[in-house]
Ligand binder design. Sequence first.
Ligand SMILES: Nc1ncnc2c1ncn2[C@@H]1O[C@H](COP(=O)(O)OP(=O)(O)OP(=O)(O)O)[C@@H](O)[C@H]1O
Ligand SMILES: C[C@@](O)(CCOP(=O)(O)OP(=O)(O)O)CC(=O)O
Length: 401
Amino acid sequence: MAIYQATASAPVNIACIKYWGKRDTKLILPTNSSLSVTLDQDHLRSTTTSRADPSFEKDRLWLNSAEEEIKEGGRLSTCIREMKRMRKEVENKDASLPKLSTYAVHICSRNNFPTAAGLASSASGFAALVASLAALYQLPASPSELSLIARQGSGSACRSLFGGFVAWEMGSKPDGSDSLAVEVAPREHWPDIHALICVVSDDKKGTSSTSGMQRTVETSTLLQHRIKYVVPERMEAISAAIRARDFDSFARITMQDSNQFHAVALDTDPPIFYMNDVSRAIIALIVEYNRVAVAAGGKLKAAYTYDAGPNAVIYAPKENLKEIVELIVKYFPQAEPFKDPFALFGGAGVQGRVVDGFNAAVAKPFSVGAVKGLIHTRVGDGPRVLGAEEALLGSDGLPKA
Ligand SMILES: Nc1ncnc2c1ncn2[C@@H]1O[C@H](COP(=O)(O)OP(=O)(O)OP(=O)(O)O)[C@@H](O)[C@H]1O
Ligand SMILES: C[C@@](O)(CCOP(=O)(O)OP(=O)(O)O)CC(=O)O
């Protein structure tokens, strides 16, 4: 008997222009376009194996070893159904193909980082699910076409179908067929963009993105201003900054948009707070670091951004990462030695330090544990189809131990 199985991995993405608000909650159609940087899967990824077999009784999914219920009409079941529909179209054109669209699937996925902790696991997770099913079904679909399906799993997931710098165009059609991800620039265009993730908390968050953004749509007047006047202009400006490799503009817009996203969260009734004192202290440090650079006649050297949680993501050109790590470690001492994937410190270990002219009083030093960990990564590529040796399902079609 032939085995029909495929494994794929997909990256996390962190938005610079935030998606926050839906005009259609079932199809997951946003109230504004958004733009993100895809992070390197060598560091953060979801890996998913999908298998179709006539002996399987029903579709099943395991996430990090535990079986998840595939609820009828839920996001998982929608994505699986849509992928089967695309396979059926291919089968209709070529009668010699096995009827995989009629078989149930077993899907096993793993995230190599905490799930549901504001590290965008739903984005890499749904992108990996769609990429592995596309490989299993041998679909001739482009990343933008696949993004239409990943979007229905979790909005931000549609942007993880591409590497590099990615826009999710909100579209205008009621059926959502023009609400998809497009590449603004591949990672090779600007590979020097690095990211430092400051893990402030890896707990499950209080207000989920899904429910938080709907409350904002229902109650925030500021959101209406953002949608109409602010985001369209910013999408243009940041795309131009990316094309020109203009970090100064990229950084300014990224920080402004993070600030406005958290402002609309605060403008929600009742208000939503995603950042905490640690998040705000990191903002103060980056603002002061940039002030020193600009005062010396230079340009912005780093940009912070925060999703629906307290974790900071700091984007910066590679050359600034050593200074940024030293700055963060000075105020947020680490229990574990810094994992130095790009050999910034040459094995010497990190010394907390600020640049000359830095006003140390902008933040107070915190104790060990306030920032639980630092992940240094960079802009990365899109989903990868992996070899059979990476499969997460065993020969019995169940998760490997
Ligand atoms: N590898 C995966 N495969 C399939 N689904 C996944 C995977 N990883 C996460 N998910 C789904 O995404 C959910 C977590 O999404 P949630 O939005 O709560 O957290 P997050 O993505 O870490 O945070 P955020 O999107 O706000 O940055 C999980 O409960 C699960 O349903
Ligand atoms: C703050 C954000 O990270 C919100 C992400 O929201 P989700 O994509 O997790 O929401 P759903 O579509 O309801 O699954 C901003 C962004 O990634 O653009």
